[in-house]
Design a protein around this ligand. Structure first.
Ligand SMILES: CC(C)(COP(=O)(O)OP(=O)(O)OC[C@H]1O[C@@H](n2cnc3c(N)ncnc32)[C@H](O)[C@@H]1OP(=O)(O)O)[C@@H](O)C(=O)NCCC(=O)NCCS
Length: 157
């Protein structure tokens, strides 16, 4: 079952987030302090982002970072699924599928009616990409571009 997070979930979410970056590394380092800053922002400003927590048999087995943003082009609120992780022992049971379907349907604990869902997948992550394609995600026509303005804060608090 996916549900919105609460403060008691923080330690487990940090651990799962670090596990995601160990398994599917980014080109920039992501350490504990960075994760905690994100969670502190989401706690103080739920309009900036929500953590969805996956509970399986009474323990936390996954998380997703859901970041809403307004798209003029699409005419409404888009939900960026910024990170999605299901712990190895809980995989293959349709739990990621359930979250993405729930978000698409605007049902369950996430009642927002988004005009679109958006996510990124690392180039070598073929299985995750196959999953997203099965659920109707398509590559975007425009190439994303980014210009970094500040150096990576690293793990300094
Ligand atoms: C990708 C992931 C969220 C899927 O969660 P899940 O609950 O097992 O997914 P579902 O049960 O709804 O769907 C199963 C599909 O997920 C994908 N999948 C399964 N294991 C996976 C893995 N280790 N890595 C990536 N994708 C995987 C496959 O497409 C699988 O279908 P298949 O068994 O027919 O190949 C989960 O495997 C995961 O957290 N992987 C590691 C982190 C990751 O790659 N996150 C995505 C970043 S974009």
């Amino acid at each position: 079952m996916w549900r919105p997070w609460n403060p008691a979930d923080e330690e487990r979410v940090v651990a799962l987030c670090l596990a995601l970056y160990t398994e599917d590394p980014s080109i920039v380092p992501v350490g504990e302090a960075k994760v905690r800053r994100t969670l502190a922002l989401f706690r103080a400003r739920p309009d900036r982002g929500l953590v969805a927590v996956l509970e399986v048999d009474g323990s936390t087995a996954g998380y997703a970072l859901l970041v809403p943003w307004w798209s003029n082009e699409l005419g409404g609120e888009v939900c960026l699924v910024d990170e999605l992780y299901v712990a190895p022992e809980a995989r293959g049971r349709g739990l990621a599928t359930e979250l993405l379907r729930t978000l698409a349907g605007g049902t369950g604990p996430f009642p927002n009616r988004f005009v679109a869902l958006q996510l990124e997948v690392t180039p070598g992550n073929h299985r995750a990409r196959a999953l997203y394609e099965r659920l109707g995600f398509e590559p975007m026509r425009n190439l994303s571009m980014r210009r970094r303005l500040l150096p990576d804060p690293g793990d300094a608090c």
